[in-house]
Structures are given as C-alpha cells and as structure tokens.
Design a protein around this ligand. Structure first.
Ligand code: FAD
Length: 413
C-alpha cells in the first residue's frame, strides 16, 4: 500500500480543498470538529441538509455512486480524500449516516433500477433522513434472532413487532426494516428486507433519554404497518444477505472515518497546551505527553487500517476483518482520549456545560457518548469473535441453534 497521493490524487485533493475554502470556514488551529450530535436542534438538521444539498449540487457528494443516481461516478479513494479534507472545516454534524452511509450502498447492491432511481438521487441531495430498524429487545448481537413478523397480504406486507435502539427513528423519513417472513426455516433463512415509510400508520417511535442528555435513539412499535412489496430489497427470505451489506457499510463508516477519531489528537494537544497547573502548561508534563503519544499511535493505526479497507474496496474487493479491527480499536481509543481530556481539565472536566460554545463541552459529551460507540454496530466482544474466527482462524463459537427451524429454537418463554 502506497500512502502518498499519486499526482492525480494530489490534484484532486487540491481541488477539493479549494472548493471547501470557498464554501466554509476552516477549523482554527486545535479547534475540535463538531461533536457527535443527537440532533435535537431543528436548525442543526437544516444546516446538515443544506450542506449535503450544496455538496450534491457541486458534485462533491456520494463519490462512488453512478452519476445517474446522483453520485459522481468516482472512486472510494476520492471519497476518502474528500472526507479527510472536509474534516478540517467547520461543517455541521452529519444526519445522513444511515441513509448515504448504509441505505445507499445497500440499494446500489440489491435494488432494482426502479428502486435506485426512486430513492438514491433524493438521498444524495439530503432530502431524506433514514434510520435502521434492525435491533430488537431479544436481537442485537444475535440479529438473526429477530421476531418482528411480516405477513403477505396481496401486494403488501403487514408488519407487527418492536424494534429498539433505532437512531434517529423519531426524525426519519424512511427506515431499513428487517422482518421475519418465515418462522419454519432456519433463523437466517426466514428474513426479508423492506424499506418502510416512517410516516406510515401504525409506526410509533418513542425516543429514549440517554446519559448524554440527548434522546435520538428510540424504541419503535410497529402495529399492522402496511409496506408495499415494491419496497422489498432482494428476495423474500433473502433478507440476511441484504442486511449483511448494510452491516458491513455501517461498520466501515463507524469504524474509522479516515480521520482517526471524532475530536482528534490535535485538539487534545491544543487542550494540553492551553491548560496549566502550577508548573505551567500540561503539555510540558512527561506523563501527559506519553498518554497523548499513545492516543496518536493508536489513531494512526486506525487510519492506516481504514486505508487498507479503502485500498481493497478501490480494487473491488469487499472489506474483510480489518473493518472490525478498526472499529474495535477506534472505539476504545476514543473513550481513552475523552477520559484523558477530562483528566487534563481537572475539576472542570466533569462539568456538563449548558453553553455549547464552552471549550470543554465536546469532551464532556464525547466522554458520556463513548461507551455507546463500543456497542452500536457491533460490540467489542462480538468484534473480537469475528477477528478470532476470520482473521486468526480460531475455532468458531458453539452454535446451538444450527439446523433448527426458527420456530423450534428455545426462547425461555
Ligand atoms: C448509540 C447506539 C446506536 C444504535 N443505533 C442503532 C440503530 O440505529 N439501529 C439498530 O437497529 N440498532 C442500533 N443500535 C443497537 C446495537 O446494534 C445493539 O445494541 C448491539 O448490536 C448490541 O446488541 P444488544 O444491545 O442487544 O446486546 P446483546 O447482544 O444482548 O449483548 C449484551 C452483552 O453480551 C455480549 N455478547 C453477546 N453475544 C456475545 C457472544 N456471542 N460472545 C461474546 N459476548 C457476547 C455483548 O458483547 C454485550 O456485552 C444502537 C446501539 C447504540 C449503543
């Protein structure tokens, strides 16, 4: 892998930077990018939509999507270069992760031409917010254990059940919905993948208040919800392989992001330089430098591992276990960085400020949010299982429900 830009990539990077400079303010030295948002401010959502629309209009959105579906027909390397450059600017938080990051690639891989034309161009312009309706009270890490059922009624499916931890379901226009359509076959074989209009009668999204104070993830009740069969992605009973496309894209977008952590080691260095004890700036302290260096080394490891994914994808090879490695290390690293930042701020570190402009706010919020990033999109333990089995060739976990029809799997009820 060559980490330097080729001449073409360097030209592309310069063009991207020049365009961004004409559109948005750069971050000040040491300034942290926008914190992960829980999108409770309607203005923030509108800013996010407007920024996406502006990028789409100027040809800087959805790099790898074909032009006829609202993309640029470019490469994943260009996407990654643009993301690196964009991270240097004051851009609004991104409300389109489930849409552009997950629904888009899933539609491109499994949708009919009609479905792609129906959803993708509007998605690229930021017109739709999407959510992922996969997890349930009894189905998270073991997603194929889900029980939300859909029964065919003519040209429609009638859906009943409950989903859980659905980020942005309370804001979303569309949902990626995985349902059980046949309980008489093995648990992976009886699933079907639907795209559901979140304004359909029978959908009740109830936000859950989190430790951060935000409430952007939800329990979602589905009662007699009618979904046209035209909104099905893939075959009836073929939902598992469609869901795997979504999950792989979720993990690669959560895992590394190409910039090695939401707030960045540079912001941590700036914080240590600006924070003093009686001996002077904390950046002069050996133990602080060592802790920051440790974060730096890990963040570089995450970035380079994510570039391996980009290189594989640019050659048409699907991402492998390195995606799980990047997410595992990035999640832990981010949590350690937030904890270090709070330590550096001493008593002020734990103050949850009501003023969003306060210097320390992103660190408080980041610290409280950090454990969630080690759960969503695959927990640490599950990622370790994947690395053990697929990268190290260790024996697989015992699977007691193998060969059983879903209906026969004991539930304890
Ligand atoms: C911030 C956030 C956002 C989320 N957004 C969404 C969303 O938009 N849509 C959606 O569908 N879901 C979402 N989720 C749900 C997420 O995907 C699940 O929480 C996750 O898959 C874990 O499932 P679970 O919570 O059911 O825990 P469980 O699977 O019950 O796991 C409980 C514990 O047991 C461990 N464990 C489970 N199985 C094994 C095993 N085989 N080996 C070793 N240890 C194991 C787990 O690692 C964990 O520590 C989100 C979660 C979070 C935190």
């Amino acid at each position: 892998m060559d980490l330097d830009d080729t001449p073409e990539e360097a030209t592309f990077r310069a063009e991207a930077r020049a365009w961004l400079e004409g559109e948005v303010e750069p971050l000040a030295p040491g300034e942290a990018p926008a914190a992960i948002s829980e999108f409770e401010d309607p203005d923030e959502i509108e800013r996010s939509r407007a920024w996406q629309a502006r990028k789409a209009e100027a040809g800087w959105a959805c790099f790898t999507w074909p032009v006829e579906y609202g993309g640029r027909g470019g490469t994943s390397t260009q996407r990654s270069i643009f993301a690196q450059e964009e991270a240097r600017f004051r851009i609004p938080p991104d409300v389109f992760t489930a849409g552009i990051g997950m629904a888009g690639p899933t539609l491109l891989a499994h949708g009919s031409d009609e479905q792609k034309r129906r959803w993708l161009p509007g998605m690229a312009r930021g017109e739709q917010i999407w959510c992922q309706l996969f997890s349930e009270p009894g189905a998270g890490s073991d997603l194929a254990a889900l029980r939300t059922a859909a029964i065919r009624d003519g040209d429609e499916w009638v859906v009943d059940g409950q989903k859980l931890w659905s980020s942005a379901a309370n804001l979303a226009d569309w949902g990626l919905l995985l349902v059980r359509t046949d309980p008489d076959v093995g648990k992976h074989a009886g699933l079907t993948y639907l795209l559901v209009d979140m304004r359909s009668p029978g959908i009740d999204a109830r936000p859950i208040r989190q430790i951060t104070g935000g409430a952007n993830f939800n329990e979602v009740f589905l009662t007699g919800v009618r979904v046209p069969d035209a909104n099905r992605l893939g075959e009836v009973g073929g939902g598992w392989s469609v869901a795997l496309t979504t999950l792989m894209n979720e993990r690669s977008s959560l895992g590394a992001g190409g910039t090695g952590g939401a707030l960045g080691v540079r912001a941590l260095i700036a914080l240590a330089a600006a924070t003093h004890d009686e001996r002077g700036p904390l950046l002069g302290d050996d133990a602080v430098c060592e802790a920051i260096a440790d974060c730096y080394v890990r963040s570089k490891g995450v970035v380079y591992t994510s570039w391996r994914t980009q290189t594989a994808m640019s050659r048409g090879v699907p991402p492998g276990p390195e995606v799980s490695i990047a997410k595992l290390v990035a999640g832990r690293m981010r949590q350690d960085m937030m904890a270090l930042a709070l330590d550096l701020q001493d008593l002020f570190g734990a103050v949850v400020a009501s003023d969003p402009a306060a210097d320390h706010l992103p660190w408080d919020h980041g610290y409280l949010f950090a454990p969630a990033a080690r759960i969503g999109g695959g927990t640490d333990e599950v990622l370790r299982n994947i690395i053990g089995e697929r990268a190290l060739g260790l024996p697989p976990e015992p699977r007691v429900d193998k060969g059983l029809a879903f209906r026969e799997i004991p539930t304890g009820r």
